[in-house]
Design a protein around this ligand. Structure first.
Ligand SMILES: [Zn+2]
Length: 406
């Protein structure tokens, strides 16, 4: 499939944003809010800044020839060094000297073998060119592939005219061949491939600018407006990771969303056409998606104080808060909504409500849901698996029952 990164530089979604991060919740005397151990944390609470960004915001225009910027001072080097890891897991980095120093001082990074634990393979997908299908059943949250990029580069930098040749020369023959085998929507050879295929990885230590990475396998993953996988940059391992956003069947194509999936159908198509040169034929259209947008900013989450108030209110019905949440869940399922932030918004409240009601089965179900979405977004379960095992250990457990309200 043709994929590309056009500017995006002038769009509000072109940069990773961390402003949606929610402040950590602190229990108070009146409202012991968090389960006793370990406290579940939201995606925003637990994730490093670069992983806060939903896929669409991670998409940034790569390697725009920004004419207004000062002359370039790019440096090209490799992480890890060739000498330390001769196994091919090397990234050619295009960055500035400050970032080079920081990156090299943080290393050496662990060897990454993209084939190890890899749950996809590259195949021809009818109508889309190459794509990736799963080699077995994959549960939500599970790692699909971890891959060290072939190249990382800033998404905005003015490159000299002979830059393609310089970068090509810096790469090993194998890495260069792997890079050049990827699709290219543009005229420049190397830069064109980067623009067509890279994924937003956020800022680098030492350079607060958006960067993109291009990988031999991850860059083959095709777009869907109803994706089943999520990309994140693992800064500690200096590697890209893709995790399942919903259970994936063996042989199913693995997809990620290249554009803000809650935007209207026409707007999504326009973005895909402009940036990637294709029209999406998937079935996800407008529906009620726009209603779900607020979920990503936590604005729709039930505050703990309100949940606690309901739990202690003798006049309130047991299902007083459940109706709206269940309606919300029905819309999310209907719209194939897969953003972890949104699911955590409802799952957090539902775990507390069902714990308060002493409903083990339902509390576990939603804690498992929260665990898998947290894992998809951050790589860890955020403490939710412990809650799923022992919902009775949470401070919310049976509060309505204990209060003699039932
Ligand atoms: Zn679509």
């Amino acid at each position: 499939m043709r994929r590309g990164f056009l500017a995006g530089l002038d769009t509000p979604n072109s940069r990773p944003k961390s402003s949606s991060a929610k402040a950590p919740q602190h229990p108070t005397k009146r409202t012991p809010l968090a389960p006793i151990r370990p406290p579940p944390v939201s995606v925003a609470d637990s994730a490093p800044p670069t992983t806060l960004t939903p896929i669409p915001n991670g998409h940034v225009g790569c390697c725009e020839r920004a004419k207004t910027l000062p002359p370039p001072q790019p440096v090209i080097f490799q992480v890890p060094s060739k000498a330390s890891q001769p196994d091919g897991t090397i990234t050619t980095c295009i960055t500035i000297p400050e970032a080079r120093e920081k990156l090299l001082s943080k290393g050496p990074y662990p060897a990454i073998d993209a084939q190890e634990g890899c749950r996809i393979r590259v195949v021809d997908v009818p109508g889309k060119g190459k794509g990736c299908v799963s080699t077995g059943a994959i549960p939500r949250g599970a790692l699909i592939i971890r891959e060290r990029p072939l190249v990382i580069a800033p998404t905005v930098m003015a490159f000299p005219g002979n830059f393609d040749r310089i970068v090509a020369h810096a790469m090993s023959a194998d890495a260069r061949a792997a890079l050049l085998s990827l699709n290219n929507c543009y005229e420049d050879k190397i830069i064109g491939v980067l623009r067509t295929n890279n994924w937003g990885i956020g800022a680098l230590p030492g350079h607060d600018a958006p960067y993109g990475g291009t990988g031999a396998i991850i860059s083959r993953i095709n777009h869907s407006c109803a994706p089943n996988a999520l990309f994140r940059w693992n800064e500690e391992m200096f590697a890209a990771e893709v995790r399942a956003l919903r259970p994936i069947r063996r042989g199913e194509e693995v997809t990620m969303c290249y554009v803000p999936e809650l935007e209207g159908y026409a707007s999504r198509q326009e973005r895909l056409r402009d940036a990637y040169g294709f029209t999406c034929t998937c079935e996800a259209v407008d529906g009620l998606r726009a209603q779900l947008e607020g979920l990503t900013s936590h604005s729709d989450e039930l505050p703990d104080a309100r949940l606690w108030g309901w739990a202690r209110d003798t006049r309130a019905r047991d299902d007083a808060l459940l109706g709206a949440l269940e309606q919300q869940v029905a819309i999310m399922e209907q719209e194939l909504y897969v953003r972890p932030e949104g699911w955590l918004t409802v799952a957090r409240a539902l775990v507390k409500i069902y714990c308060a009601l002493g409903n083990t089965v339902a509390a576990r179900r939603w804690a498992v849901c929260a665990a898998s979405y947290t894992r998809a977004a951050t790589g860890t379960d955020g403490g939710w698996e412990a809650v799923a095992r022992n919902p009775e250990q949470t401070v919310w457990w049976g509060v309505r029952v204990k209060a003699g309200l039932r």
